[in-house]
Write a protein that binds this ligand. Structure first.
Ligand SMILES: *Cc1c(COP(=O)(O)O)cnc(C)c1O
Ligand SMILES: [Zn+2]
Length: 399
């Protein structure tokens, strides 16, 4: 048995010895971070991956892809500085399947192997599905991925390539989150859904890495996209661990960004509510990875934003498109639309005085575009061999 069953509740403070995802109070649990013998060695050193923090993870890494998760670069991006704010991008696209989900999948699959689970599962038709399928494949663990029945083939192929059992489920996809956890508990198959304790546990290493890179300073703010609230909770947990161990003396403010088409957490924040309510209508958005209308860790994300003095905000598709283009053209970083939302939010935050001149702000840039994207005709040209020299000379002359 691994040490992942001691769990605590951020909301009511209870401690449980359980494999359940939720506390009696209804809020999600997180795994109690082991505290022995690690913190004296901060900054940590060790392998260039999330496993430099293995003493804080309650599981050992399995051989295979897990060893490649995390250890992503923090890139200083001066062209993206805004109103005197210094911008850094934590490039999570450098993870094995292109998103921070790999950190959570690595820990989830490690724990499943420790426990002798016959398989792992997840409910996702995007980055999480690809990540779980890849980590399962690399440890010869069967995986089952539940996707909506009407998933387009273009989104199915990137998941199916890793060989999981993909089930296209006919019915209310929103209800599958709970149904899969029940089914998984019955069958002993861990479902590594968006905000389950094992996933959150792995993804907290994102916060450790950011703080370690800045040590002994602390960045003023971290901005990240939010959908289920799982990753927001993970980053908050990582920061709380560091503060609890006396390794940082203040928490960066956490700003979470949603797409305006589906923003239940931002709306609850604006209203000053204590809990996030499901929104009924979801509009079209290019930021398909962050359109959860009923975020299971929404209320926890709300608490994280408030606790750190941050906020939750929404940005529209035009702003996301512009930010995505700027990240590629001014920083050389390709991210999917959801991964561009933090940059889209930065100007809003600067204008409202949430972030100030002279501050260091970290944007979590995640989700590499594996395929797709748009090319405007004026961005590319066809030229014959004869015209080549002239075109290059034109380019030099225009600089
Ligand atoms: C999963 C994901 C998110 C949202 O994370 P949550 O933990 O569900 O809030 C945001 N951006 C990308 C690229 C993702 O893959
Ligand atoms: Zn509780």
């Amino acid at each position: 048995m691994n040490q992942t069953t001691r769990r605590t509740c951020y909301a009511c403070g209870a401690t449980h010895d359980t494999t359940a995802a939720r506390c009696d109070c209804g809020e999600p649990l997180w795994i109690a971070t082991p505290t022995d013998g690690f913190w004296d060695d901060w900054p940590a050193g060790g392998p260039d991956s999330m496993w430099r923090y293995r003493d804080l993870l309650a599981v050992d890494p399995p051989t295979g892809l897990a060893g490649a998760a995390g250890g992503t670069p923090l890139v200083r991006t001066p062209p993206l500085d805004h109103g005197g704010v210094r911008v850094h991008v934590k490039y999570e696209g450098a993870n094995p399947t292109g998103s921070f989900k790999d950190r959570g999948s690595a820990v989830g699959v490690a724990a499943a192997l420790d426990d002798g689970a016959p398989a792992v599962g997840t409910v996702s038709h995007g980055n999480m599905a690809r990540s779980v399928a890849a980590h399962a494949a690399s440890t010869s663990t069967p995986a089952v991925v539940l996707v909506p029945a009407d998933i387009p083939e273009s989104r199915l192929a990137p998941i199916a390539r890793y060989g999981p059992t993909v089930l296209r489920v006919d019915g209310d996809y929103g209800r599958l989150y709970d149904r899969s956890l029940e089914l998984g508990a019955d069958l002993g198959v861990p479902f590594l859904n968006s905000d389950v304790p094992l996933r959150v546990e792995g993804q907290k290493t994102l916060a450790y890495e950011v703080c370690e890179t800045f040590a002994p300073e602390v960045p003023d703010a971290v901005i990240l996209p939010v959908s289920s609230g799982g990753n927001a909770s993970a980053v908050w947990k990582g920061l709380r661990d560091l503060e609890g161990a006396g390794r940082i003396d203040r928490l960066p403010r956490l700003y979470f960004v949603q797409t305006a088409a589906c923003a239940p957490i931002a709306e609850a924040f604006d209203r000053g509510d204590d809990a996030v309510e499901r929104v009924e209508r979801v509009g079209e958005t290019i930021a398909y990875s962050i359109a959860n209308a009923d975020p299971p860790s929404g209320t926890r994300a709300l608490a994280a934003a408030r606790d750190t003095g941050g906020a939750v905000l929404a940005v529209d598709d035009d702003a996301i498109r512009t930010a995505q283009r700027r990240l590629a053209r001014e920083a050389g970083l390709a991210v999917e639309p959801a991964g561009a939302t933090p940059l889209a939010a930065l100007s809003q935050l600067r204008e409202t005085g949430n972030v100030e001149e002279g501050e260091d702000v970290v944007l979590v840039g995640t989700g590499t575009e594996v395929a797709g994207g748009e090319v405007a005709p004026e961005d590319v040209a066809i030229v014959g061999m004869d015209g080549l020299r002239e075109r290059v000379e034109d380019l030099l002359a225009s600089e």
